[in-house]
Design a binder for this molecule. Structure first.
Ligand code: NI
Length: 255
């Protein structure tokens, strides 16, 4: 069954049918979901989802677009949340120079501080990096991210950049983008990277795969992502689903 490694079911896009949708996951082949925090207010919502659904695990942290809200007190709240049994990662954290909402120095400060928290709490990190390839790699190497471990979520860089992260033991999060016709670079990355380093993720409600591109995304659509990876690697879809499930359980330390 499918392991969804990156979802945002706390998003208001799910307000009108959240419970109905989540209750249909099992019958549609989705076994486990990691719901990832992004904003300050999402921390409590993710915590609630994690408590209300047996198959939902939580990741806690502030997205680079949101670090203007970060304080030492909030970092301690993230620490306390992350100590719960079903908290499996710190994220999503990183650098975003595409939206460029916060000063780079502030993004870097809190990326490093949250990575340090992950190290102390022995949790992997979920890294968000957009249009910030060089700085992200510098920082991850700088704080010895390979010792912390984690996933580069929605991987969008080159094969050469993938090699750098794979060498440090990071996983690559692969989502709907790989099904897009113009995703040549990502298809190359998927072909190059070993199956043992890939995770399935939606980033829902965003980035729905073909044939639902442009619609609201959800974890059930991961079968299309798995199918595309299977075609690229010339293996069966079932093999992709089972391998990515094992990879995720290993990375998130889920028994
Ligand atoms: Ni996300």
């Amino acid at each position: 069954m499918i392991f969804e490694s990156h979802a945002h079911y706390d998003d208001e896009a799910f307000d009108f049918d959240r419970d109905q949708l989540l209750s249909s996951m099992k019958e549609n082949g989705v076994e486990t979901i990691v719901n990832v925090s992004a904003s300050k207010k999402s921390l409590d919502r993710v915590n609630e989802l994690m408590k209300n659904y047996s198959f939902i695990y939580g990741a806690f942290g502030l997205h680079p677009d949101e670090v203007g809200d970060m304080t030492d007190e909030l970092l301690e709240k993230i620490r306390l949340f992350s100590r719960q049994e079903k908290a499996v990662a710190i994220g999503e954290i990183g650098l975003d120079y595409y939206w460029d909402k916060e000063h780079h120095s502030l993004q870097k400060k809190w990326f490093e501080a949250q990575a340090q928290l992950a190290r102390e709490e022995k949790l992997p990190i979920i890294v968000h990096s957009r249009e910030a390839a060089a700085d992200t790699l510098d920082m991850v190497k700088g704080f010895r991210g390979g010792e912390i471990g984690g996933v580069i979520h929605c991987f969008s860089y080159t094969k050469e950049m993938a090699r750098e992260y794979l060498n440090m033991g990071f996983y690559l999060g692969i989502g709907g983008v790989v099904t897009f016709k113009n995703a040549r670079k990502l298809k190359e990355v998927v072909e190059y990277a070993p199956l043992s380093s890939l995770l399935l993720e939606t980033d829902c409600p965003y980035l729905a795969p073909v044939p639902n591109r442009g619609k609201r995304n959800n974890s059930i659509y991961l079968k299309y992502v798995a199918q595309t990876i299977a075609e690229i690697k010339q293996i069966s879809c079932e093999e992709v689903i089972e391998a990515t499930r094992q990879n995720a359980r290993k990375m998130f330390h889920i028994q």
